[in-house]
Design a protein around this ligand. Structure first.
Ligand code: ZN
Length: 688
């Protein structure tokens, strides 16, 4: 492992700033820590609120992440108050948390890490602790002492597995005391602790010890088939994607019963996944369990591995997945019942990782971030297992230790720090015509409300820019843009396939893409007529058809929202091709409501009128033509439309987006087949 330390960058940094610098270097290395794992500290002299100098431990706060560390992530703990605890025999977790709250230098700081005492009890100024892959490959074996002895001789102290807390902290300090020449302490099935007089010293020791482990593992792995012979060669890439897209909605439905909420699924078929999942040892190894306690909360103890003779047989695979999910949930509930200690409530009983040899892996979570955590952790779990198999045979926490890790209140506390869920959290939406105007406003509104959104538009550049803007605002993975010509069945199928591979299914369709050819029917070219029907009628049919196919397979209901127009009920002069096709769209939406009500799929129509802002529909030519049709100058067209409605208001894309949110969400759970105008009130266009 390469040291990332740069004296030039660190120059001039002291105290807390230097700790932040060191922490970020550790956080930048996924083979050391992942997603909030690991912790660092520095003992410094600071002034308290009365100006008295006190010795303070600056230590990572619970729930923060070394990768993005900042000064406020490191609460100060008064050492004078903490150190006497070393004399105690034991201390309950809750008491320890309470006690540490009293030791905080600043009121309102983050809760200090659950491993705070481990840092406090070691006398050195700087302490670094990680869950490095290579260390776990050494410790997660049947005979860890042997491997550790070979790699480190007597250079490290070793502490047996124990759940983090008071006793582990004390044992680490005692081990270091007994072994004054040690460069670090290895915690079995957990990780590594190093120290030094400066952040650089503890960092260097860490990198050196991890590098020694890596080199040993690599040497042992050379020429070995670590997971045994291949049982399932991967299907060809295109076939994998087709099969995965066909079964993902069904799998998502199985993992998303109403009681525990929907999960999103991301398909992953990279080479490392195939090498593991397709191997002879995959089932046995995957069932041994997670590599280190803090992984359990994200990935559960084990993945679900579903093995079928022919993974390209969609029917067989779906049946096997159903059976597999059922068995997994029963086994999880049994494990929970037999280890339950008090009043803990069972978390949902479903896997977060699903492996299908020959096909790939799904990572499941409540949102894109959770999925990324699961995916990253499982990729590293595979690497850790590979290392352990190279050294010896993978072994990990007992069922009981795993239970205590997953149901440890202090670890569950981290879940309470997650942002609250929003109205469209756990929902997947696809919006057509999303590069501009109404479609873009709807996509943005849905992303704001927590949905994961696929933005589609024939304007590829525009739709990618729109998605990037929303990603910058709301975080990676929440949406993406793709090119889509809604008149092409192949393009529509491919777009929905991408959506399903990225998010696992579909809950909401907003069919919005449209064109507006103008001209009186006596003059209209056949080509213009055909184009309007292709986009404004057939396009809605193609996306609506694809959406209900996915929603039916998923079995979780769904909402279809069709953006039509006031012209559907009140046709306008010189707008025949548009009005006729839009009337077909409305009737299509109603038939979709009729045909899919028994699946819990709702279908509704929005009729906006005269939405000019950011519009892709209103070209200058169209404005002039409509102005002529209404007998007003083009410059006064917007004002003409405003004055014509009862409320005398301009209609904006945001106004339409609010109504789309209503129809997409459970607020309108009992409304289907309806038509809702967003036109400021036009009596001639009242739905009837
Ligand atoms: Zn740890």
């Amino acid at each position: 492992m390469q040291s990332r330390w740069s004296d030039a960058e660190a120059q001039g940094l002291t105290g807390l700033d230097l700790l932040v610098y060191q922490s970020r270097l550790i956080g930048a290395e996924p083979a050391l820590v992942l997603w909030g794992g690991g912790n660092t500290s520095l003992k410094v002299a600071e002034e308290d609120f009365r100006g008295r100098e006190v010795k303070v431990l600056r230590v990572k706060g619970s729930g923060s992440d070394l990768r993005t560390a900042k000064a406020s992530d490191f609460p100060g703990v008064r050492l004078e108050d903490v150190l006497p605890l070393f004399e105690r025999q034991d201390m309950a977790d809750e008491e320890m948390v309470d006690y540490l709250a009293h030791c905080l230098l600043g009121p309102g700081s983050l809760r200090p890490s659950i491993e705070t005492l481990l840092h406090a009890f070691l006398p050195q100024a700087s302490v670094a602790h990680t869950h490095a892959d290579a260390i776990l490959s050494l410790t997660n074996t049947r005979n860890p002492q042997e491997g550790l002895q070979r790699v480190y001789g007597n250079d490290v102290a070793v502490v047996a597995y124990r759940r983090p807390g008071f006793l582990l902290s004390k044992e680490v300090a005692q081990a270091a005391l007994r072994h004054p020449s040690a460069r670090g302490v290895v915690l079995l099935n957990h990780g590594l602790v190093t120290w030094g007089s400066t952040p650089k010293a503890s960092y260097d020791a860490h990198i050196q010890l991890v590098t020694q482990a890596e080199e040993y593992v690599q040497k042992r792995a050379a020429g070995r088939v670590v997971f045994g012979p291949t049982r399932h060669a991967p299907l060809p890439p295109e076939e994998r994607r087709q099969v995965a897209a066909a079964v993902a909605p069904g799998l998502r439905g199985l993992l998303s019963p109403p009681a525990s909420g929907r999960l999103l699924l991301q398909f992953d078929d990279c080479a490392e996944v195939h090498a593991f999942a397709g191997s002879k040892r995959a089932r046995e190894l995957s069932e041994l369990g997670a590599a280190t306690p803090d992984h359990l909360l994200s990935t559960k103890r084990t993945p679900l591995l579903v093995d079928v003779a022919d993974p390209s047989n969609i029917g067989d695979l779906l049946r096997a997945l159903e059976e597999g999910v059922h068995q997994y949930a029963e086994a999880y509930a049994g494990w929970f019942r037999s280890h339950r200690r008090g009043q803990e409530e069972m978390r949902d009983a479903f896997p977060r990782v699903v492996l299908v040899p020959g096909l790939g892996m799904w990572a499941a979570g409540r949102d894109a971030r959770a999925i990324q955590v699961v995916s990253d952790i499982y990729h590293h779990t595979i690497a850790i297992m590979a290392g352990a198999q190279a050294v010896d045979e993978y072994a990990t926490l007992t069922l009981e230790d795993a239970y205590d890790a997953e149901y440890w209140p202090l670890e569950l506390y981290k879940l309470t720090l997650l942002p609250p869920e929003k109205e469209l959290s756990r929902r997947v939406a696809l919006v057509t015509g999303a590069a501009r105007g109404i479609g873009r406003a709807i996509a943005r509104r849905f992303v704001q409300e927590g949905a994961h959104v696929v933005l589609a538009d024939i304007n590829e550049e525009g739709v990618r820019a729109a998605a990037e803007e929303m990603t910058a605002e709301h975080g990676a993975g929440r949406c993406f843009g793709l090119p889509l010509d809604v008149t092409s069945p192949q393009a529509v199928a491919a777009a929905f396939q991408q959506a399903v591979l990225a998010f696992g299914g579909l809950d909401i369709l907003v069919s919005n893409a449209g064109v507006a050819p103008a001209g009186t029917l006596d003059q209209l070219e056949l080509g213009q007529w055909k184009q309007s029907l292709a986009v404004n009628a057939t396009g809605h049919f193609l996306v609506g058809r694809e959406a209900v196919r996915i929603m039916r397979r998923q079995g979780l209901g769904g909402s279809l929202v069709f953006v039509a127009t006031k012209n559907a009920t009140t046709p306008g002069r010189g707008f025949g091709a548009y009005s006729a096709a839009k009337a077909a769209e409305v009737q299509l939406a109603r038939v979709l409501a009729v045909e899919n009500g028994s699946y819990g799929i709702r279908s509704n129509v929005i009729n906006p009128d005269a939405v000019f802002q950011e519009s892709g529909l209103w070209s200058q030519q169209l404005k002039e033509e409509r102005a002529q049709a209404h007998g007003v100058p083009a410059s006064e067209l917007e004002e003409f439309y405003r004055k014509r409605n009862l409320l005398q208001v301009y209609i904006t894309p945001r106004d339409v987006a609010e109504v789309a949110l209503f129809l997409a969400s459970d607020r309108s759970a009992k409304t289907t087949g309806s038509m809702l105008p967003v036109d400021g009130g036009l009596p001639e266009a009242f739905p009837r």
